[in-house]
Structures are given as C-alpha cells and as structure tokens.
Design a protein around this ligand. Structure first.
Ligand code: ADP
Ligand code: MG
Length: 344
C-alpha cells in the first residue's frame, strides 16, 4: 500500500468523482458530452452502436491479494473492449461504476483509475460516465463499453458456414496457468507469511492473467485484408466452451486439431510444473481474451503469413458433432470442460 492514506470521507462523493475524473480529455469526435452532466451524449455519425457490460465482484472475479489495483483497472476495461472487438466493431466510450467499502482510500481508487486511463489511452476510448457508491464489504466494478461499426458489418456467433476454417488469435491457456501459480503462492503465504513468493520465470503466464490485451490488432488486420469473418467471439471462458457456442448457434459441428492449438512455450513448461496437460489448458483455461473466428476457406491465403492467427480446424455438419483429433491420431468429442484429459 502507498505511504499516505486519504479517507474517501475527506473528499465526499462529488469530490471523489471530481478527483478521479479531473484530467479526462475526450479523444473521440463521437464523445459529445462526457463526465459531469446527468448523462453522456454520443454521436455515432450514422454508424451502428455496439454495447456490452460486465460486472466484476471482489472474491468472485478477482482477488486483491495478488491483483494490483492498477492492473485490475486495466483489465476491467480490456475485457469489455474485447467483447466490442469480437463484434468486429471499434470501441469508442466506456462508463465505469464502482462500489467500495471503507477499506479503500482515495490513493487506492486513484491507482485503480490509473489502470483505467492507461487502457483508455491504449485503445483510444473515452471514459464518459459512471456511478459511485459505497458497499458494506469489498469492491464491485461494472464497466460498460460502447463501440461503433459500419451498418451491417458486425459479426455474430450464429453465422458460421459448413467448411469454414476455424481460426484463433495469439496463444491459449496461459492465463489459467498464471492463475494456478498465483493461487499456489497465496496458499503458501497464508500458511507461512515469511516465505518469499516463488514466481521466478513465470512472468509470461502471470502477465497473461493480470494484464490481458484485447485483440484490436487482429480486427484491424482482418479489415485491411478485406476479410469479414463469418462468425466471431472472444475467448473468455476457454476455447472448448466458446466453440460450442459457435457450433450450437450456427447449428453446425466442428473438427479441431490438437497439434494446431496455439500454445506458448512458457505455458507448456508451466503446465508441466503442475503436471497438467497443456492441451487441456488451451481448451479449457479461461481469460485469454483471444479472438475465435470462422472464415471462408477462400480467405486462407490472406492469413497464412500472420503468425498471430492459427487455423485450428473447420466447421462441419451438426450431425458430425464437435470433435478434436489428437496428436496420437485419436478422435475425442469436445465438451464445454474441454476433454477428459483435463480431469486426471
Ligand atoms: P447522478 O446523481 O445523476 O447519478 P453522479 O453524481 O453519480 O450523478 O455523477 C456525476 C457525473 O460523474 C456523471 O457524469 C457520472 O457519469 C460521472 N461519474 C460518477 N461516478 C463516476 C465514476 N466512478 N467514474 C467516472 N465517472 C463517474
Ligand atoms: Mg450517480
């Protein structure tokens, strides 16, 4: 914690809001009225508006024992922007609502907002409003993101076609393994506080959990390449659960290839330390915030050189079910939890 502690009560609610939002400079022409009035005003100049919201509750979605407040602020924004990009849209504004107990000081909330503003700057979005309340216990965060898309260019989950390639950005499973490390160190700390945390060498997987990014670059790449994915979503709950959504909503089946799943070397090594299967982590680990999309086979040449995009399978008839071909040449059904290897 920081050296000085200013009680929220010394500023009051309005003083606190003013303190947290005093330096906002609106970046988007579409942000007409921002913080300070009864509501924000947004002009999307003939574009369609995309909107998404997420609620994050201390003890359920995050643990402040190992989550720095600045990272938490950043991540709270990024997870919402990821949903906007997953619609093939561009995020433009956010609102942030918070409730906090008297455990939190002005300094702590300022740190949280530093993370919020860092994400706003990185992704070019404006903070245009929010709400502030106290809570009896813990920290509650609600972020709403608003974006814009050329009419009709949004991409849904229910429009994949048979034969389409299934693609995924970045690499999968690392955030989950990062969580395993942090949870392990937390337990050790609770039992023996004098023991120094041993997270040496795990910065990649831990960073993937604590400081995820939204795949703005992928949406921009697809646009430049003139690729409109046939379906798209972001991977927040794990690949297998997300591909099930695309299959069910598009009324299709799929085949994935284990050897094609993008796995970072850091994740593979880290998974072995916990004696778990990296493939299971890639299928079932959550919070990667990568994009999962399908596209026509005729677009293959346009993506083949992009190392940030992996083709991991293809869409089939619904009757074929949802399957994964393993390295060993076996075929397993995919369930929302991934596959059985995960439960060993
Ligand atoms: P109201 O009483 O109408 O709800 P508030 O006093 O809650 O208004 O908010 C005043 C202004 O400050 C509004 O523009 C609101 O969107 C903004 N605001 C309130 N809380 C936050 C916050 N935590 N972060 C950013 N903006 C906020
Ligand atoms: Mg209010």
């Amino acid at each position: 914690m920081s050296e000085s502690r200013t009680e929220i009560s010394s500023l009051g609610e309005f003083g606190l809001i003013e303190h947290l939002t005093r330096n906002i400079e609106l970046q988007n022409a579409s942000s007409i009225v921002g913080v300070g009035d009864d509501a924000a005003v947004i002009d999307h100049f003939g574009k369609q508006t995309v909107i998404t919201t997420d609620l994050l509750v201390e003890g359920i979605h995050f643990d402040l024992m190992y989550t720095p407040l600045k990272h938490l602020g950043y991540k709270s924004v990024v997870v919402n922007l990821s949903d906007i990009y997953a619609m093939n849209a561009t995020p433009t504004q956010i609102t942030v609502s918070i409730a906090f107990s008297n455990r939190f000081s002005v300094e702590a909330l300022s740190e949280f907002y530093e993370g919020i503003y860092a994400a706003c700057e990185k992704y070019g979005v404006d903070l245009v409003g929010g709400d502030t309340s106290s809570s009896q216990k813990g920290f509650v965060i609600s972020v709403t993101a608003i974006g814009e898309v050329t009419p009709g260019k949004y991409v849904r989950r229910d429009t994949a076609k048979k034969g389409d390639l299934i693609c995924c950005s970045g690499d999968l499973g690392a955030a989950y393994v990062g969580l395993l490390f942090l949870e392990r160190e937390k337990q050790i700390y609770l039992e023996s506080p004098q023991v120094q945390p041993d997270l040496e060498g795990e910065s990649y997987v831990i960073g993937r959990l604590l400081k995820p990014e939204a795949r703005k670059d992928i949406v921009e790449f697809l646009e430049i390449q003139n690729i409109v994915p046939t379906s798209m979503m972001d991977i927040s709950d794990g690949l297998s659960s997300e591909i099930l959504h695309i299959c069910e909503q598009s009324k299709l089946g799929c085949v994935l290839y284990e050897e094609k799943l993008p796995i970072a070397e850091e994740m593979r090594k880290a998974a072995f330390k916990f004696e778990i299967d990296p493939t299971a982590c890639a299928l079932s680990g959550g919070e990667d915030y990568e994009l999962l999309f399908t596209m026509s086979q005729s677009d293959y040449e346009k993506i083949v050189l992009n190392e940030q995009i992996s083709v991991i399978g293809y869409m089939t008839d619904a009757e074929e079910g949802m399957k994964i071909n393993t390295r060993g040449g076996q075929v397993h059904p995919i369930s929302a939890q991934g596959w059985n290897a995960f439960k060993k």
